[in-house]
Design a protein around this ligand. Structure first.
Ligand SMILES: Nc1ncnc2c1ncn2[C@@H]1O[C@H](COP(=O)(O)OP(=O)(O)OP(=O)(O)O)[C@@H](O)[C@H]1O
Length: 634
């Protein structure tokens, strides 16, 4: 091995600093110059490795916790690939502090001395030219081999490092693979360079995937064979088609496509995808795995072609759910964690304060009026909440009910005249339930109230100004009524600045919460009212065609019938607990065993009692116990 003395090394650095050329890589020369000119380091002064005190190390690790967690499996994989070759692996944060370390414990002492250890700081300013430090400065993968190091202390080492970028394109960490002693030729580390770069690519991809749940991810590869298994780059795109994240490879593709520098990620993030590729957000569904890989070719604006793989958002994009404090108190109590309701509450909260008309759609009994009242209360206006059910009033009365009339305006009209409901709601909210049942003739008069903001009582010559918010509701599809010519299109659009659709009870995932709310409503003051486990099972299994109103009625009756404040299956309507209904549930292999077991437990495994409470005969219970292999112990 040709000897390269310390003084040769120092002389070489000094001559480079004076402008002499050398056979070393450009990145090494640049780093040496930075060491002398910027960091003011002296090549004649050897410096021991610096290892951070424990407390400081902990702070550094906490900051990079998320990334370490993701990088760890990549690190371990890489370590396995180089097992037995004396490599050590370091992950450093953006300051150059080693926050994760994998090495052979046999060499622990030597590694620690060499600074290849947890807590060691490898910034260029502290340690001179080294792989981690130079990589942090250059932003690219590189090898700093033996005498490439600036400081004499480190010249036995050969270190290869690659930068890990976060999804916004900022350098977040460095992955380094180092050898205490290595062959003299730098090219011996080419494979290491390749391995580190590939590991980082996968870490960045895993990080992008972990951060992207509700958005699209678009992965790229130059050859179709590796696209789905080991893509080269990826970007994430939001619902409006803007870039919101990228791996480093992704940043390079985007930047190259429009002739930008990838070092300026601000020019990439937030930009529409169509700026970089010959495609729009609507084209993404065509790039999923449903189509053969070779057909999924996209063209970058610089003419480059790439194979692409689009991954759909995990969840349907929902209206962003507001923080609890941002939702008016009246709207907070509408649900107990059902996701559809949470999205609806957030939307209602945003609309509550604005005087826009709202249309509520939902099956009967889902709580349309309840929601309308909550929106009214949330709006904190002075006027009243006035509700009218258009289906419940005879056609000839609706007009005077709504618009009011002057004294003696028509036969049977009251002598004193009457204020209409529209006027009653002045300054507040008019809730029009079953708006689909409003006669066509009235629809045009009502349209005028909305358009002109005035009301003309029956028999009056002059209209009166009114200022109100209209919330209307229908269990029927109003759009369909419009298409069938049974509802005025212009009124439909006037009423429907925003639509809120309330889910039916059978779709809600907060049934138990809702049940408790209803039970509490029927609990006599100072007394108890609870639901037995068996009754709970029957209630949960019911289909609830009448929704919350049906639930409310069922509990009202059960509260009156039950003994000692506990609602049992016998207190529920037969439709919920009839032998046929229970038998259907018992036969349902997913719910049956659990339901039966709960009931048996509640009855102390008394078969007769269980059969009585479930409304089936004893032989059915025996049969099911055998079928599901139930015992009091399992
Ligand atoms: N979120 C809720 N929490 C508790 N109770 C509710 C809720 N929503 C509705 N209810 C109750 O359910 C019953 C039915 O509600 P509401 O009258 O608002 O339904 P609706 O959809 O307007 O019915 P319809 O279509 O038949 O007019 C009422 O007793 C109401 O108090």
């Amino acid at each position: 091995m040709p000897m390269f003395s310390h003084s040769d090394h120092i002389r070489e650095i000094e001559s480079v600093s004076l402008g002499a050329s050398t056979g070393r890589d450009e990145q090494v020369v640049k780093s040496w110059l930075r060491c002398i000119e910027q960091h003011r380091l002296d090549p004649t002064q050897a410096c021991e490795a610096y290892i951070l005190p424990d407390g400081e190390l902990r702070a550094h690790r906490q900051q990079s916790e998320e990334l370490i967690a993701i990088a760890r499996s990549g690190l371990e994989n890489l370590f396995r690939q180089v097992a037995g070759q004396n490599y050590v692996l370091l992950l450093s944060d953006r300051k150059g502090v080693t926050v994760e370390f994998l090495g052979d414990p046999l060499f622990d002492n030597n590694l620690r001395k060499a600074g290849l250890y947890l807590g060691s700081e490898w910034s260029e300013a502290r340690a001179g030219t080294c792989a981690v430090g130079a990589c942090l400065e250059a932003g690219e993968a590189l090898t700093i081999h033996q005498t490439d190091h600036f400081d004499n202390t480190h010249t036995p080492l050969s270190c290869t490092a690659a930068p890990v970028y976060d999804t916004s394109g900022d350098l977040a960490a460095v992955l380094d693979i180092s050898l205490l002693s290595s062959p003299i030729r730098k090219t011996s580390q080419n494979l290491a360079l390749h391995l580190v770069a590939a590991t980082v690519r996968r870490i960045e991809l895993a990080n992008l995937m972990a951060q992207t749940r509700d958005e699209w991810v678009l992965r790229f590869a130059r050859s179709p064979e590796f696209l789905d298994v080991d893509p080269e780059a990826a970007i994430s795109i939001d619902g409006s088609g803007r870039i919101i994240g990228m791996t480093h490879g992704g940043a390079k593709i985007l930047a190259r496509s429009v002739g930008l520098d990838w070092r300026q990620p601000d020019g990439l993030i937030g930009q529409p995808i169509a700026r970089f590729f010959d495609m729009e957000i609507d084209d993404l569904p065509d790039l999923t795995r449903r189509r053969p890989t070779q057909d999924r070719l996209v063209f970058a604006r610089d003419g480059n072609a790439l194979f692409a793989h689009a991954i759909e958002p995990h969840h349907k994009v929902q209206a962003p759910v507001l923080a609890r404090e941002q939702i008016p108190v009246s709207l907070r109590g509408l649900s107990g964690g059902d996701p559809q309701m949470a999205a609806l509450q957030a939307k209602a909260a945003k609309l509550a304060g604005k005087p826009l008309p709202i249309l509520l759609q939902g099956e009967t009994g889902t709580g349309k009026e309840y929601l309308a009242k909550a929106i009214h209360d949330g709006a904190a206006v002075k006027g009243k909440f006035v509700a009218i059910n258009c289906a419940a009033i005879p056609e000839q009365l609706i007009e005077s009910e709504l618009f009011g009339h002057l004294p003696g305006a028509f036969t049977g009209a009251s002598a004193k005249g009457r204020k209409g409901l529209i006027e009653e709601a002045d300054g507040g909210t008019l809730f029009l339930d079953e708006i689909g049942d409003m006669p066509l003739s009235l629809q045009s008069r009502f349209l005028r109230v909305l358009a002109e903001r005035e009301v003309l009582p029956v028999g009056a010559a002059r209209p009166k100004p009114v200022n109100l918010r209209v919330i209307s509701a229908s269990h029927r599809d109003l759009g369909l009524l419009v298409r069938e010519g049974r509802f005025r299109e212009d009124l439909y659009y006037r009423l429907n600045a925003a639509t809120l659709s309330i889910p039916p009870l059978r779709e809600r995932r907060d049934f138990d919460w809702l049940l408790e709310t209803v039970v509490a409503r029927h609990r006599p003051v100072g007394e108890g009212l609870a639901v037995s486990p068996a009754a709970l099972l029957a209630l949960r299994a019911h289909g609830w065609p009448g929704n919350i109103r049906e639930l409310d009625n069922v509990i009202a009756v059960a509260a009156a019938l039950c003994q000692d404040g506990v609602i049992e299956p016998g207190d529920l309507p037969e439709t919920l607990t009839s032998a046929a209904a229970v038998a259907v549930r018992l036969d349902d292999a997913s719910a049956g065993p659990a339901a039966l077991k709960a009931m048996l437990g509640a009855c102390g495994w008394n078969i007769s009692e269980t059969a009585r409470r479930m409304g089936v005969d004893r032989s059915t219970i025996h049969r099911q116990i055998k079928r599901y292999g139930l015992t009091a112990l399992n």
